[in-house]
Design a protein around this ligand. Structure first.
Ligand code: AMP
Length: 280
């Protein structure tokens, strides 16, 4: 396994892999890897000749006052995990390598990026789309694997790829959860034991919604209200949003019929967690 820190080196490596007919599968991450990330790496490993994982905590997707500085890091551990999963290359640039002091170009996916997480994090998806576009131009992957955990992100990346004619295929893999249902996240490590317990309310609420729908409930507002009521059971939770939207344009739906996303974001202390389910 190789660790590459320079853009030019990664680009020439990708070009020579392309020339020799090897397919490149790519998993972009911010590191501090957990089983969720590893499931994406395994998916890439199954399909590609060469697996590239990027580890880069992207400053442009954090607003001032968010947790950029305290975002967890442990490169040694990540390197060992990637090695054990048969990753071929870790692309591990630093922020100065990725953003020169004169950096001026951003990718904005209108409409999709202003909803759900985009309301409380208005510059977040601009940072995400920009770094993914840069990484695609550096790694030149045949396909890239993203997690359903970040459902809005996956839609935005698909839209960006379609609109800007990237030749990278986007694969979206299922959410990996802890045994009790909490969606795995690098940020879970910030939860106190009490918050960790309370955080289960997100998954419990999504399961409750799913049950209501399979029992015949179709009115989005009734389900939303039930989730709100459910959240009152836990002291440390502060809801950012509960959204029931079509899983294409992310517009609110009144009645649940086709492909619907139920997404929740909530704070437990300072820690903001997200989770979702898709109702087919
Ligand atoms: P991050 O390092 O948080 O930026 O995540 C990198 C990739 O891993 C993104 O495509 C996420 O959607 C995905 N991911 C994060 N957590 C999970 C999870 N619990 N299950 C599946 N994929 C995940």
């Amino acid at each position: 396994m190789k660790v590459i820190r320079k853009i030019a080196e990664m680009q020439s490596m990708s070009k020579s892999l392309q020339k020799s007919g090897k397919t490149i599968g790519f998993v972009p991450t911010m590191g501090f890897l957990h089983e969720g990330h590893l499931s994406l790496i395994r998916e890439a490993r199954r399909k590609a000749d060469t697996v590239v994982v990027s580890i880069f905590i992207n400053p442009t997707q954090f607003a001032p006052g968010e947790d950029l500085d305290k975002y967890p890091r442990d490169f040694q551990r990540d390197e060992n995990l990637c090695h054990d999963e048969g990753v071929d290359i870790i692309f591990y640039p630093d922020a100065r390598e990725m953003y020169s002091s004169s950096f001026k170009t951003f990718v904005v996916t209108n409409e999709l990026s202003t909803k759900l997480c985009g309301i409380s994090r208005p510059t977040h998806f601009r940072g995400v789309a920009t770094i993914v576009a840069k990484l695609f131009n550096i790694v030149k992957p045949d396909f890239a694997v993203f997690g359903q955990k970040d459902a809005q992100q996956s839609l935005i990346i698909r839209k960006m790829v379609a609109d800007l004619n990237f030749e990278t295929e986007i694969i979206v893999a299922p959410i990996i959860r802890e045994k009790d249902g909490l969606a795995m996240s690098s940020r879970n490590k910030f939860l106190s034991p009490a918050q960790r317990k309370d955080a289960l309310i997100i998954f419990n609420s999504l399961k409750m919604a799913e049950k209501m729908i399979s029992g015949g409930e179709q009115v989005a507002n009734i389900i939303k209200q039930a989730i709100h009521d459910n959240f009152h059971k836990v002291a440390s939770a502060k809801i950012d949003y509960i959204s029931i939207v079509d899983f294409e344009k992310l517009n609110a739906v009144e009645t649940i019929t086709g492909n619907t996303l139920i997404a929740i974001a909530a704070y437990f202390g300072e820690t903001r967690l997200i989770d979702n389910i898709i109702i087919k």
